[in-house]
Design a protein around this ligand. Structure first.
Ligand SMILES: Cc1ncc(COP(=O)(O)O)c(C=O)c1O
Length: 395
């Protein structure tokens, strides 16, 4: 028998092969891994979530186990609106929010709603590798725009938008995955001017926005172009990722309606039990205090990592200086290949991910992503030392 798999899963999966590396590294306790993107479990409010779960069963009984609406739990959507107001000065009403099974699912549903094969999508170069994987399933044509220290290259973007009429644009303006870069306010304003009046829906993915430990927040595209933007949010990085609760927010009613209908065909709705537990947790606890716990760990780790990079790396190695989030992005000296360094570093006991899978087209380069959120100070010191030794050996 020869199963007749779809084009979606039989096309080359460059990113998938790299994810294998991350998962294997994460499973090997003898290695220090800077390759993943896991939140630090010390920031998980285990006891408070346990209490919230008990309370949900006591107060709601069978209702926590029954089918529910595709849009998601109303009190939870109300709390998300409240947070948008407090954190980002954005006005949303609960009917402009749909709860999703993580923000990863939101990417899939938006793609399903918007993309036909061959449609164009504007992507940051580089971008989140699991977003690339989702988009590949829908076989769009990717138009890549480089990132600079101030965010997306607006000259390149303007040139792309002059020639094309893309269906979607996908951006991560805060502490981007993989680069750790954040768009300046000037870049955001310019980008909004370029995109205004176009038929391109902007997906602004913001899983890390609340994890800011330096600098000042800029405006969301939803502030400038509310009808043209869909915001993806998640509890993964501010409460815990395992419950798989995220959401989308948009002022575009037509999009929202199609999104909810499509979502119900995918999974009927996101686990109501998980939604209720998160809702109860938010009701009984100060989530901002919990976010501070995570921020404190990430700030310390980022500082330790940057100091270790300065101490051990040879001349010619540069790296981004994140204002928040979980990653920094290393550029190796000319002549080195990131993939070679990745393998050499594993021999020395540390896993650092080559930048290759974060690029749609430009593979074989000399950038690497380093995650600092889920390591101890000792692992950071020893791991960066080993990483630097691998670089030096290959120079
Ligand atoms: C940019 C970006 N978007 C989406 C996600 C997925 O997050 P979630 O756990 O909400 O599905 C991640 C996870 O690391 C991410 O880095």
């Amino acid at each position: 028998m020869e199963l007749q798999f779809s084009k979606r899963v039989t096309q080359e999966d460059f990113q998938g092969e790299f994810i294998d590396v991350i998962l294997k590294a994460a499973a090997d306790p003898s290695l220090t891994s800077f390759a993943g993107g896991l939140p630090n479990p010390q920031s998980f409010p285990v006891e408070a979530v346990k209490e919230a779960a008990n309370k949900v069963f006591e107060n709601f009984g069978y209702r926590a186990l029954q089918y529910n609406a595709a849009e998601g739990l109303l009190p939870l959507r109300e709390k998300i609106c409240q947070r948008y107001k407090e954190q980002m000065d954005l006005d949303y009403t609960p009917d402009e929010i749909v709860i999703t099974t993580g923000s990863q699912q939101a990417l899939d549903i938006i793609s399903g709603v918007m993309l036909d094969e061959g449609d164009e999508i504007v992507l940051e170069n580089p971008t989140y590798l699991a977003a690339l994987q989702v988009f590949h399933h829908y076989m769009p044509k990717a138009l890549t725009v480089d990132l600079t220290d101030t965010g997306i290259n607006t000259d390149q973007l303007a040139a792309v938008m002059e020639k094309h009429d893309p269906t979607l644009m996908y951006i991560i303006p805060n502490f981007q995955n993989p680069t750790g870069l954040t768009y300046t306010e000037e870049t955001r304003v310019k980008m909004a001017e370029i995109m205004k009046g176009k038929n391109t829906l902007i997906i602004e993915d913001n899983p890390y926005g609340e994890l800011r430990f330096a600098g000042k927040a800029g405006h969301s595209m939803a502030y400038f172009l509310p009808e043209q933007t869909i915001l993806n949010g998640t509890f993964s990085k501010i409460v815990a990722p395992g419950m798989r609760v995220g959401w989308v927010a948009t002022k575009n009613k037509e999009l929202l309606e199609k999104f909810a209908v499509y979502k119900s065909s995918v999974d009927l709705h996101t686990s109501i039990l998980d939604q209720m537990i998160i809702n109860q947790y938010l009701e009984d606890n100060d989530v901002n205090a919990q976010v501070e716990v995570a921020k404190e760990i990430y700030k310390n780790n980022a500082e330790l990592m940057m100091a270790a990079m300065e101490k051990y790396m040879p001349k010619g190695v540069t790296f981004t200086k994140p204002e928040g989030g979980m990653f920094l992005w290393v550029t190796l000296p000319e002549g080195l290949k990131a993939v070679d360094v990745q393998f050499k570093a594993v021999e020395k006991g540390v896993v650092v991910l080559a930048g290759d899978p974060f690029y749609e087209y430009d593979h074989g380069g000399r950038t690497m992503r380093v995650n600092y959120s889920n390591s101890t100070p000792e692992q950071i010191e020893q791991g960066v030392k080993a990483f630097a030794e691998a670089v030096i050996e290959l120079m």
